[in-house]
Design a protein around this ligand. Structure first.
Ligand SMILES: [Fe+2]
Length: 425
């Protein structure tokens, strides 16, 4: 249950990652396939051109008007049998000898003629692949070399039209390769996911244990102070519960409430440094003694200030005795200069002191406690926060009062801690 949401996030991220890799792999394979098609097309045209070279070579060694007409006829016949739609021969001086095209060539691809001059005569094989209207044309320019003559005897230029069947076969092969690659990536991700999830679970368990240890230490510190103060841990637990509920009513963020919980549990940690003679004195403290007692705030700050995880608890530890009118201690801050968490905690701390039994007094009823506090509103407390507290306190007090023993209170607090200190990745 604790990890349910985290697993959803993990699954979603793994899926997004998997689809991302599949798209990337698909794009890579598409690129490779396009290169393969280019190479394939570039390979077929020289082979297909060879028969035309032979026709020209035959003509070259017997150049008469009759043989020129024979070359034209033979070329035309070859065009009908082949996939070349246009052919022309040039002599070794690059002067056109003949040009032949299939009858409807002009209507099929009128733009190809204009593009024909794109290929520069370099004396070696040149080609250009053109995708036009869903069809593939390859323009070639090949020097014709005769072994018999031992030199270049002319040039062949042509436009090869790849048949629809062949083109469709190439496309099918490419689509299949892309499809298989994407499936392979997704299947791999599917197999890897349980491994990632298992590793994630181990990390989560360790993080959860670590957080639980930290919150247990918080409670232990709180209890240690309570023991020192001849009190029980119940006060610490109650003020923490009150503070969380008031913070929730005020709409504070989870981050702020986590800080408030830490601060509430540790608020009087500085009392460890106060002597028994002052801390446990049954009667009223003298002025000097009270001045020393005030120092529990500074001692508390000193104890936790170098602990990174407790930095956000400093607001409460340092300012929990400040008053709204600036008459509190130790800094004398007032109004909105007092951090929100400290103002919330001050209300809950005083309310619990008033409604609890002490060696020197019986608990005040809730109405009387609130009346005393309201008298101090704007002096001690932020009036807005006190109003909010008054709205929730009757029901809250009833709930908390049901947890009569320290054990039940601890259970209630643990539930709050689990809610606010769950593992976040
Ligand atoms: Fe205190």
């Amino acid at each position: 249950m604790i990890f349910g949401n985290t697993y959803k996030i993990l699954f979603r991220n793994t899926l997004i990652g998997g689809v991302g890799i599949a798209i990337f792999a698909g794009a890579l394979v598409t690129f490779i396939e396009l290169r393969r098609i280019d190479n394939y097309l570039a390979d077929i045209t020289p082979k297909e051109s060879e028969k035309f070279f032979k026709l020209y070579e035959k003509f070259y060694f017997n150049r008469t008007n009759k043989s020129l007409s024979g070359l034209k006829q033979a070329t035309k016949k070859s065009l009908d049998e082949d996939f070349f739609v246009y052919v022309e021969f040039l002599d070794d001086q690059l002067k056109k000898v003949i040009q032949v095209s299939i009858n409807d060539y002009g209507t099929i691809v009128p733009r190809l003629n204009m593009k024909f001059g794109d290929i520069k005569m370099t004396g070696r094989f040149n080609h250009k692949i053109i995708y036009l209207k869903g069809q593939v044309f390859i323009k070639v320019m090949v020097p014709i070399v005769s072994q018999k003559a031992g030199k270049h005897i002319g040039h062949f230029q042509g436009i090869y039209h790849l048949s629809d069947d062949k083109f469709s076969q190439i496309k099918k092969q490419s689509y299949f390769s892309i499809f298989i690659t994407i499936i392979a990536v997704l299947v791999t991700v599917m197999f890897i996911y349980p491994i990632i999830r298992s590793l994630q679970k181990k990390i989560l368990m360790q993080s959860f244990e670590l957080l639980r240890s930290n919150t247990d230490i918080l409670k232990s510190f709180g209890s240690a102070i309570a023991e020192r103060d001849s009190d029980t841990s119940s006060h610490n637990y109650r003020v923490t519960i009150y503070s969380v509920r008031l913070a929730e009513a005020l709409g504070l963020t989870s981050l702020k409430i986590r800080a408030l919980i830490k601060g509430a549990l540790l608020h009087d940690i500085g009392k460890i440094g106060i002597s028994d003679a002052i801390l446990l004195k049954p009667g009223k403290l003298s002025h000097e003694e009270f001045e020393k007692m005030k120092q529990h705030v500074a001692i508390g700050v000193k104890i936790i200030q170098y602990n990174d995880w407790l930095q956000d608890a400093l607001d409460v530890v340092r300012f929990h005795h400040e008053k709204f009118d600036g008459s509190g201690y130790l800094s004398g801050k007032k109004g909105d200069d007092i951090p929100v968490n400290a103002k919330i905690f001050a209300i809950c701390d005083v309310f619990d002191a008033l409604t609890s039994k002490r060696p020197y007094k019986n608990p005040f009823p809730i109405e009387q406690s609130l009346a005393i506090m309201k008298e101090d509103s704007e002096k001690h407390f932020d009036p807005e926060y006190l109003n909010a507290f008054e709205k929730i306190v009757y029901e809250l007090f009833l709930q908390v009062s049901r947890f009569e023993t320290e054990g039940l209170l601890a259970q209630q607090l643990n539930q709050i801690l689990r809610g606010y200190f769950k593992v976040h990745l």
